[in-house]
Design a binder for this molecule. Structure first.
Ligand SMILES: [Zn+2]
Length: 475
């Protein structure tokens, strides 16, 4: 598909502001694979709206998944509980059975991938993604061109829920994925699943460009419909735009149809800034490399709606026991569309509550995750003897344009906040943060606050937001 005669790709690579792309790739979608992505897209549109049909679909899907796993996946082949006639189980019996299937987790895939990849799959079409994650060891995630191709319809569906319907055409750039990190793959390609529009993945780190402001000039020139990236990278991009406005080169910021943020939970103060700068909605996507997109931020701010129609969600407690709807627990996923790593009760490591009601005011009938937050809750002890959790700290920091931070309590009870503020912030002082934190930690809390404009630049994997050395009452 991609070759030297492709005018669009040529112009993306040879643009006078372009970075030197360090990778060549295509979407790897053959005609058959593209048809599969299109079929997924059709089901997605229909089944997200039809609760009854989706339920039937999921029953069939989970039956098929467990059946195949019991025959072809080493980890499940010898499980006695799967040696039953799955076809004979009704809905309740099937979900009860599912709750007794062992949980799978990141470490399993990292350490023993062969036990989780079906033995009957040809490996010819395997794509391997390396993922660092913020809290766990790096690992390789096996994927398939169809699973990757399905990202496009999922993004389109999330945008449609926000009434954003960009025009994707083969003559233009559909998506620019903006990163800001020490080292990353950069590429220009076409996405057949998105009407064969152009796609660029760029890294706005200074070292990649002829001039530090070129990333923004490049975006202006190639005119992408949608920007995707994390809130941190968007904040840096907005900063570059501000500099171009200050030096009189442009009058206002680039205005895409939408900004889609992934990877890090979006702080409200950051969202407001980005919306104001780019004059576009900022849609928060909850997505993991191992699972693909899971949910998107509800337009009416009622948590996150499950995005794909083909995943089943549960929450479990610290020990892995299933919890009823509404309880806070770790989110566990079954289903999906990655033939090399079918999700079977996969622990995401993220915590939240489930709400299966179908009456959200935004109109989306899909289940919701509320109070979504990464990792297990961390408890902090206040001088007055109360326990509060990291969500309370998040709620305080939410009002400030903090892009990265670490919050720690030492064994003597003293707190340390190290925060990196968005480059566009001109007004936040240490005292503001201290004052806000004292409102929940108490007047007598000892809080050391450091503002570090380089936090995470050396090793983002080490920036773990919430930690404590204070002895817990139940430990
Ligand atoms: Zn909603």
């Amino acid at each position: 598909m991609e070759n030297a005669e492709d005018q669009l790709l040529f112009s993306l690579k040879e643009n006078k502001y372009a970075p030197r792309f360090n990778y060549e790739a295509t979407d790897m979608l053959t005609g058959v694979f593209l048809a599969e992505v299109k079929a997924f897209e059709s089901s997605l549109k229909v089944l997200r709206k039809d609760t009854k049909e989706r339920k039937d679909f999921m029953l069939k899907k989970i039956r098929g998944l467990l059946n195949k796993a019991s025959k072809n996946i080493l980890e499940y082949m010898n499980l006695d509980i799967l040696k039953v006639d799955l076809a004979s189980l009704d809905e309740q019996a099937l979900f009860t059975l599912l709750e007794h299937v062992p949980l799978s987790k990141r470490e399993d895939l990292a350490q023993r991938p062969w036990r989780h990849v079906p033995v009957d799959m040809s490996l010819d079409n395997m794509i391997v993604y390396r993922t660092a994650g913020t809290t766990a060891e790096p690992m390789a995630v096996p994927s398939h061109p169809v699973a990757t191709g399905c990202y496009s319809p999922l993004l389109v569906e999330a945008m449609a829920a926000w009434n954003v319907e960009p025009n994707f055409s083969p003559g233009g750039v559909g998506i620019a994925l903006v990163g800001f990190q020490a080292k990353s793959v950069t590429v220009a390609a076409r996405l057949q699943a998105l009407n064969n529009s152009g796609f660029v993945k760029i890294n706005i780190m200074e070292s990649e460009w002829r001039d530090p402001l070129d990333p923004y000039r490049y975006i202006l020139d190639i005119n992408p419909s949608v920007l995707t990236g994390d809130p941190f990278s968007f904040s840096q991009l907005a900063h570059l735009g501000d500099l171009l406005i200050e030096n009189g080169e442009i009058e206002e910021h680039y205005c895409p149809a939408a900004l889609i943020t992934t990877a890090v939970a979006l702080k409200d103060a950051i969202r407001k800034h980005l919306v104001a700068k780019f004059r576009a909605p900022v849609i928060d996507l909850y997505s993991l490399t191992e699972t693909g997109p899971i949910a998107y931020g509800c337009k009416a701010k009622n948590g996150y709606h499950v995005l794909p129609h083909d995943i089943h969600l549960e929450v479990v407690d610290k020990e892995g026991h299933p919890l009823p709807e509404g309880e806070l627990g770790e989110i566990v996923i079954t289903g999906g569309r990655n033939p090399y790593f079918p999700l079977i009760r996969y622990r995401t490591g993220d915590w939240g509550r489930l709400d299966f009601s179908t009456t959200c005011e935004c109109g989306d009938k899909m289940p919701r995750i509320v109070d979504l937050e990464g990792r297990m809750p961390v408890l902090y002890h206040t001088p007055s003897g109360n326990w509060i959790n990291n969500r309370d700290i998040t709620a305080v920091l939410d009002r400030f344009p903090v892009t990265r931070f670490t919050f720690h309590q030492d064994s003597m009870g003293a707190f340390t906040l190290i925060a990196r503020l968005a480059p566009f912030d001109k007004s936040t002082e240490k005292q503001d943060l201290e004052l806000a934190l004292k409102k929940i930690l108490g007047e007598h809390a000892r809080i050391d606050i450091k503002l570090d404009p380089n936090l995470g630049d050396r090793d983002i994997g080490k920036v773990i937001p919430f930690t404590t050395d204070f002895p817990l009452f139940y430990d």
